[in-house]
Ligand binder design. Structure first.
Ligand code: NAD
Length: 474
């Protein structure tokens, strides 16, 4: 059984100061897969101290040094893509094809930052002022369990390009993925202290890190509830805060869409990453007079959803990450039924073909109104709602009637009309006819889905302070 008992601080793997242990379980088998020795507040202090020591050197590093490091990091994660993929499967239950794609995103994020750095304007001129872009300082990156390599790399790429050393606090549910990733970064030759990683509970290590006055920038990906706590805490030292939080994305099926194809796409968008995706399209909006035909198309479309062992290449839907998440999703399915929603597919309990594993039945509810709990709260599992609209105006109103605003989807044939609808949705990203990911474009949420933007040039600027110098002759 694997034991994870190390931090990565000052360029070295060292035993955690914390001694408390936490068992880890493979979500597909429910068998214990490892033990995590939790880092504690002292580990957090050492990590920040290490990053602070590295700040003067790294913030003064040359453009070439940063580009070379980012490219080496991309090479190093590409070289171990198979192991990174395996860890995602065991630890998280990610289906193999998706897990491999997600591991690849990390290399992409590092390479994009390296390319953008080539002519990134650290010095700009605005009328009478010279504008200097300066590293914000030590950056703290807190990330969840559902997309480990991508969340870590997209933040790290922006920070390192900007000249900020980082402390990463990954989720306690992903120590194997994190350990492998840290080994890749170490092999890539990250200078001591430029990257530091501590794995522990949010309530201990997370709070110790966010409370440190030496942390100047916090970039957090996770739930809206924890994001709000971090934002409140940041007021004390006025740390710069970026929040990438939850979502309840609408998928608008336009009235000219091919309904059978739209049903297939809506399920793919809703069940992505085992339904554990902040960007999942979980509210499917269908014109009222198309509802019956759309609901009839769902069971057919569901034949493309293959639930099972994430190692099997045919699998598209794996288990939920842990028992707590499994029980939470089952509770939401029961609540949907109590609220009067009707399962078109799925329903309560574990699917009959599984006698173990944190598998919930992929469930699509009809007869949902946008005020039901299952339409308002983020379930974070394979549970989708079909909601009726009357016309485009009504669809836009319902789509925007949510506390969230991370992503939205539109399925239909009239692209000009789809673009017009996109322009009126309160969401950081809108995808028309698919789920295309553009890693150079800004990513982030409106409303309670967050504050700030990451990816591409936005992720670099997110780690900079801008200083205007006037007077004197240049
Ligand atoms: P979470 O908020 O429970 O935890 C996220 C991270 O924060 C973990 O590392 C956790 O240990 C840490 N944490 C918890 N409490 C903390 C505290 N008080 N102080 C500091 N750190 C603390 O979220 P989760 O369950 O790990 O992930 C699922 C959530 O993440 C969902 O809401 C999902 O929508 C969101 N998410 C958002 C995005 C995005 O880009 N917007 C991407 C992926 C996931």
């Amino acid at each position: 059984m694997r034991k994870y008992d190390q931090t990565y601080i000052s360029g070295a793997f060292r035993s955690t100061v914390g001694r408390e242990e936490m068992p880890l379980f493979d979500p597909t088998t429910e068998e214990q897969s490892g033990i995590l020795v939790l880092a504690n507040a002292e580990d957090a202090r050492l990590a920040v101290e290490s990053a602070s020591r590295a700040l003067p050197g790294w913030s003064a590093s040359s453009r070439t040094e940063r580009i070379d490091l980012l490219n080496s990091m991309a090479d190093a994660v590409e070289a171990r893509a198979d192991e990174l993929t395996e860890a995602t499967i065991v630890e998280y239950g990610g289906p193999i094809a998706q897990a491999r794609w997600r591991a690849g995103l990390a290399a992409t994020n590092f390479r994009i930052a390296a390319n953008l750095l080539k002519d990134f304007p650290f010095i700009r001129r605005t009328n009478g002022a010279e504008v200097l872009a300066q590293a914000a300082g030590v950056a703290l990156h807190i990330v969840p369990w559902n997309s480990v390599y991508n969340s870590i790399s997209v933040k790290m790429a922006g920070a390192l390009a900007a000249g900020c050393p980082v402390v990463v606090k990954p989720s306690e549910f992903s120590p194997w993925q994190v350990d492998l990733f840290a080994q890749c970064l170490h092999a890539a030759g990250v200078p001591a202290g430029v990257v530091n990683i501590v794995v522990g509970l949010g309530s201990e290590v997370g709070t110790a890190l966010t409370a440190s006055p030496d942390v100047r920038k916090i970039s957090f990906t996770g739930s809206t509830a924890v994001g709000k706590t971090i934002l409140q805490g940041s007021a004390k030292w006025m740390q710069r805060v970026t929040l990438e939080l939850g979502g309840k994305a609408p998928t608008i099926v336009m009235d000219d869409a091919d309904l059978a194809e739209a049903a297939r796409q809506a399920l793919a968008i809703g069940f992505a990453n085992n339904g554990q995706a902040c960007i999942a399209g979980t509210r499917i909006l269908v014109r009222r007079d198309h509802l019956d035909e759309f609901c009839r198309a769902i069971p057919d479309a569901a034949r493309t959803v293959v639930q099972g062992d994430p190692r099997d290449p045919r699998t598209t839907l794996g288990p939920l990450v842990n028992r707590r998440q499994f029980e939470r999703v089952l509770r939401y399915i029961s609540l949907g039924i109590v609220e009067g929603a009707r399962p078109v597919i799925g329903g309560e309990g574990r699917p009959p073909e599984f006698d173990r594993g944190y598998f919930a039945r992929p469930t699509v509810f009809a007869d949902v109104t946008n005020d039901m709990t299952i339409a308002r709260e983020e379930v974070f599992g394979p549970v989708l709602c079909i909601i009726a609209y009357d016309d485009d105006e009504d669809a836009i109103r319902i789509a925007n009637d949510t506390p969230y605003g991370l992503h939205a989807y539109i399925l239909g044939n009239d692209i000009a009309r789809a673009r017009a609808i996109a322009g009126r949705l309160d969401a950081g990203r809108v995808a028309i006819n698919g789920m295309a990911h553009e890693p150079m474009a800004p990513f982030g949420g409106f409303k309670q889905s967050g504050i700030g933007r990451e990816y591409g040039i936005y992720g670099i600027e997110d780690h900079l302070e801008f200083k205007a110098v006037t007077g004197g002759t240049v």
